[in-house]
Design a protein around this ligand. Structure first.
Ligand SMILES: Nc1nc(=O)c2c([nH]1)NC[C@@H]1CN(c3ccc(C(=O)N[C@@H](CCC(=O)O)C(=O)O)cc3)CN21
Ligand SMILES: CC(C)C(=O)C(=O)O
Ligand SMILES: [Mg+2]
Length: 312
């Protein structure tokens, strides 16, 4: 059977049929690293923020569990459930574009057992065929320790099952309680920095395709980047990593108040949005909106007269 041409089109956010764009694959991301081009990563939380990141041509979209704090108003990332998180993954995946999509594994969905972790990982991969990889926060590996960190074992199990894993090291926000706050990691002692490096090396050995390095002194993250073959994506890890990631709500200034020192605000969407909304509220109050000619709909004069005859 000849396939109809419509199969090669999909609906874009504007509602029009647009040519299907194939998402970047893991291979595309790794070839970018092989040619030493910086990899750009932006978080997204829903269809709108996903579409913005796609339109900006970032290489990778991270559906980060920071959405708990930055889009849902929770106090920490530990509060969001897997079920709630999956809806957001699905909506980001509906955004049209080429970005490779990486998804966080939220707190509480993988810690009880390896089996549970594997099941969760499969359910996240199955949110959409556009989910290309998962990200797992990993605790510091103590070299020679009798009981290696559970998350290292889970990372290995996922890799061995064909699920691409990005290991997340340094400041791991899901462990905010055991870390005693959102603090720089690997700056207090040589042993602490070495533990982060050893964890990075171990994760590469276990098969992780990339590492996310958060809030680590730039000398340490650059050393990790230069020593390993897999790309490192930094946040608060300086300029020596293979790529950078930031939280979209920080880049755009979507929320009032301060953003972490590691981030940079490129615009103030909160202020701009509130100003625009105030303008609308004022227009409604002042009878300036809507304007019948511009925003309204007409009825034919004879239909109108007939209407009046019926009702009067
Ligand atoms: N808006 C936002 N941006 C983020 O990048 C982000 C979140 N939220 N929530 C989840 C995690 C937590 N992250 C954070 C949160 C706070 C700091 C922070 O307050 N850092 C201190 C410096 C660190 C220190 O004093 O040791 C700062 O002054 O900004 C850092 C990373 C990164 N992630
Ligand atoms: C802060 C980044 C790295 C993250 O894990 C997230 O957005 O959830
Ligand atoms: Mg996260």
């Amino acid at each position: 059977m000849i396939r109809s041409a419509v199969h090669h089109f999909r609906r874009s956010y504007s509602g029009y049929l647009s040519p299907v764009v194939r998402s970047k694959t893991l291979t595309d991301v790794l070839s970018k690293h092989a040619s030493r081009e910086p990899i750009s990563v932006i978080t997204a939380y829903d269809y709108i923020s996903g579409s913005w990141a796609q339109a900006a041509n970032c290489d990778v979209i991270l559906v980060g569990d920071s959405l708990a704090m930055c889009a849902l108003g929770y106090e920490s990332t530990t509060e969001i459930s897997l079920e709630e998180f999956r809806f957001h993954v699905q909506s980001v995946c509906r955004s049209p574009g080429e970005a490779f999509i990486v998804v966080d594994i939220p707190f509480g969905s993988f810690e009880s057992s390896i089996e549970k972790g594997v099941e969760t990982a499969i359910s996240l991969m199955r949110c959409s065929p556009k989910v290309g990889a998962l990200k797992l926060e990993v605790g510091s590996h103590k070299p020679g320790a009798y009981n290696p960190d559970y998350s290292l074992k889970l990372a290995a199990e996922l890799c061995s099952r064909g699920i691409p894993v990005m290991g997340h090291i340094g400041l791991t926000p899901q462990r905010v309680h055991s870390l005693g706050g959102y603090k720089v990691q690997g700056n207090r002692s040589a042993q602490q920095a070495a533990a982060i490096f050893e964890t990075a090396r171990e994760l590469q050995k276990l098969g992780c395709f990339s590492l996310l390095v958060e809030c680590v002194p730039h000398k340490v993250s650059q050393y990790i980047t230069e020593t390993l073959n897999i790309p490192t994506i930094g946040i608060g890890a300086g300029s020596g990593t293979s790529g950078q990631v930031l939280v979209q709500s920080d880049i755009l200034g979507m929320l009032p108040g301060r953003i972490p020192k590691l981030a940079q605000k490129y615009t103030d969407l909160h202020t701009q949005s509130v100003d625009a909304l105030k303008h609308y509220v004022s227009d409604v109050t002042m009878h300036k909106f809507p304007e019948n000619d511009k925003n309204g709909f007409k009825i034919k004069e004879d239909v109108w007269r007939e209407f009046l005859e019926i009702v009067e």
